[in-house]
Design a protein around this ligand. Structure first.
Ligand code: GLU
Length: 320
């Protein structure tokens, strides 16, 4: 029997959905409907201090408004610590995880690679491996620090290769990029990379559609899957980002591009879909449309390969 194809929408309630997130989620929804994939929903709320109250409900409301739907129930990461903990134990037992007491500042000072920003909210700095062979026991790490240790996973000096369905062939040597990366943070919460792997595996997710600032994360996740003995029979579609005129990923610094703000200001869903469809190469110009129309002509190969730049004309179109 052929395996079900399953995908998911996985917003982080660290802020309201903006035009860039909306475009990625819309493309995920269109692709899923067109291909007959099942759609699940997961709230990625592990990033404690950055979570905004009410952003979870707002994201659900905005996504429904855009015409997206999914099977329930909504999976909430903050309720699943025990599962992530079990995976951590597994990695500790197999000798692949170790406690780390380095502060962010110490790592930044020791790092040779530049700091990069991705949508996991982590500034991923290459970890030089300071704590790798440092402690024979967790308790020793605990004793030497005034806060609880984090946990890191060993990476290998080898290429992790995969073919992205949209972005093409990829190759990452994690020893040269992230270094041993954090899988459990010192607040006792699973880090993004581990939580995603466990959740996707448990739900049978095998089609992952998201923005291409997570391409390297895919290699980290493949690495974790291999260490945990989870099959890596997953297809990835990493799509270009929407940026501001400065070429940086769309964010607050580019003004208020929240879906909820446009809605409040009276933007119709047909205009919103019209802009997102145009940005995605599905419409020749900005014009009002609906989900059904976009779906009927959807062709992923028409999605531009380069980042989309949000302009004044886009904003003016949304405001009618
Ligand atoms: N929560 C992530 C985001 O909002 C997506 C993570 C994923 O799809 O794996 O960018």
């Amino acid at each position: 029997m052929m395996k079900n194809s399953i995908t998911r929408l996985a917003p982080s309630p660290t802020g309201a959905l903006h035009l860039g997130n909306a475009r990625t989620f819309l493309l995920n929804g269109l692709l899923a409907k067109q291909q007959g994939w099942r759609m699940l929903f997961r709230m990625e709320d592990l990033d404690g201090p950055r979570i905004k109250a009410g952003a979870d409900e707002q994201a659900i409301d905005d996504l429904h408004w855009l015409g997206l739907d999914w099977e329930g129930p909504v999976v909430v990461q903050s309720e699943r610590t025990a599962l992530y903990q079990a995976a951590l134990e597994n990695l500790i037992e197999s000798g692949n995880a170790y406690p780390c007491i380095c502060s962010r500042k110490e790592i930044e000072q020791a790092a040779s690679a530049p700091t990069t920003e991705d949508s996991t909210g982590l500034n991923s700095v290459q970890y030089p491996g300071t704590c790798r062979e440092r402690f024979d026991k967790y308790d020793n790490a605990l004793k030497q620090s005034d806060r609880p240790p984090a946990w890191r996973v060993h990476v290998r000096n080898e290429n992790i290769n995969f073919v992205d369905q949209f972005a093409g062939p990829q190759s990452f040597n994690l020893a040269e990029t992230s270094g041993d990366f954090v899988i459990f943070r010192n607040q006792g919460l699973a880090a993004y990379q581990l939580a995603v792997v466990i959740d996707d595996a448990e739900a049978g997710v095998n089609q992952i559609v998201r923005a291409d600032d997570l391409l390297e994360s895919a290699a980290m996740q493949i690495h974790l899957r291999r260490l945990l003995g989870i099959d890596d029979d997953v297809k990835y579609y990493h799509l270009p980002l929407v940026t501001g005129p400065d070429g940086r990923k769309l964010a607050k610094r580019h003004g208020d591009t929240k879906i909820s703000t446009y809605r409040q200001d009276g933007t119709s869903v047909s205009r919103m879909l019209g802009l997102l469809g145009y940005w995605s190469g599905q419409l020749e110009r900005r014009e009002e449309t609906d989900f059904k129309t976009l779906l009927a002509k959807f062709d992923i190969s028409r999605v531009p390969r380069k980042p989309i730049v949000f302009t004044q004309e886009d904003d003016a179109f949304l405001r009618g």
